[in-house]
Design a protein around this ligand. Structure first.
Ligand code: ZN
Length: 263
C-alpha cells in the first residue's frame, strides 16, 4: 500500500511533514470484528468511539510503542504528567518509535507522538503540538473525521452490497478505511480553532504560549531544510498557511504580553 501515515486526527497540525519514509503502519487488518456489524444510518457516536478504540488498539499492536524504560517514553511521560484528565477528557499517551515527524489524537483520548517529532522539537514545542491535537478531540474533529471515514469507505460498500442492512468490515474495506483516514484533513477553521486550543493548553500548563508559534516555525525550518526537496517540500507547499499560523500565534503571544523564549 502506498499510504504513508494513518492518522485519525490527521497528523501534525494539518501540516504533516515526513522527512524520511513514513513508518506508521496502516490498519489493514481488524478494526471491527465480525460481531461488530453496523448499520451506517444508525452509526451513533458511541459506535464511532468503539471503532476508534479498536483502531487505536490495532495501531498500538502493530507499531513499535516505546517501552516504559525508553528515553523518549520517559520524556513524554514527564511532559504529560498530570494531563491524564484535562478539560473533561481522559487522555493516554504513547510514543511510536518511528521516524515520522508526526502526532495524532483519537476521539477516545489516545494521543500518539512519533519519535521523529520528539527528536526535532523541544519539550515545550512537543507540548504545543499535543495541545493542538487534544483540541481536535475536544472540538469533536477527531470523532467526526473518523465517522466520515467509516461512512464514506468501509461501511458504504458493505451497505450498498447488502441492501442497507448491517455490514461486516472486510480486510479490503478496512484498507480503504485506512486510506480515507490517512487522506482526511481538517478545514482551515478547524485547524485555527485547534491552534487556539493548543495556545491555551500551554498557558494552562504554565508554559510560555510562544511555543505554539515556535512549533510551527520548527516545521517551516524542517521543510526548508529538506536536502532532497522531495516529500517534505511537496507536503509543505500543499499547506501554504503554516507561515500564517506562525505569525498568528506569535501575535497572540505578543498581545498577551509574553516574551519569545530564546530556546
Ligand atoms: Zn490539526
Amino acid at each position: 500500500m502506498k499510504l504513508k501515515i494513518a492518522t485519525i486526527a490527521l497528523g501534525l497540525l494539518g501540516t504533516s511533514i515526513t522527512l524520511s519514509q513514513a513508518q506508521i503502519k496502516l490498519n489493514s487488518k481488524t478494526i471491527g470484528s465480525a460481531t461488530k456489524a453496523v448499520q451506517a444510518v444508525t452509526l451513533s457516536n458511541d459506535d464511532v468511539i468503539a471503532y476508534t478504540k479498536e483502531y487505536i488498539t490495532w495501531m498500538d499492536e502493530n507499531n513499535p510503542v516505546a517501552p516504559a524504560d525508553n528515553e523518549l517514553a520517559q520524556r513524554l511521560t514527564k511532559l504529560t504528567s498530570g494531563l491524564t484528565n484535562y478539560d473533561g477528557q481522559t487522555l493516554n499517551f504513547k510514543v511510536y518509535l518511528v521516524r515520522d515527524v508526526n502526532a495524532f489524537a483519537c476521539a477516545d483520548g489516545s494521543v500518539r507522538v512519533c519519535a521523529g517529532l520528539m527528536e526535532v522539537m523541544s519539550d515545550n514545542e512537543v507540548l504545543g503540538v499535543i495541545g493542538h491535537e487534544i483540541g481536535h478531540v475536544k472540538n469533536m474533529d477527531s470523532r467526526d473525521a473518523f465517522k466520515t471515514a467509516l461512512l464514506t469507505s468501509a461501511l458504504k460498500d458493505g451497505v450498498s452490497s447488502q441492501g442497507g442492512t448491517a455490514a461486516t468490515l472486510s480486510d479490503s474495506q478496512l484498507g480503504e478505511l485506512g486510506e480515507q483516514v490517512a487522506n482526511m484533513s481538517f478545514s482551515r477553521k478547524q485547524e485555527s480553532v485547534a491552534d487556539d486550543y493548543g495556545y491555551k493548553f500551554l498557558k494552562d500548563n504554565n508554559v510560555n504560549p510562544w511555543y505554539m508559534s515556535m512549533a510551527f516555525e520548527r516545521l517551516q525550518e524542517l521543510s526548508g531544510g529538506a536536502s532532497d526537496g522531495g516529500a517534505a517540500k511537496k507536503l509543505f507547499s500543499s499547506h501554504p498557511d503554516t507561515g500564517k499560523r506562525v505569525t498568528e500565534m506569535a501575535k497572540k503571544a505578543e498581545k498577551d504580553g509574553f516574551t519569545k523564549p530564546t530556546e
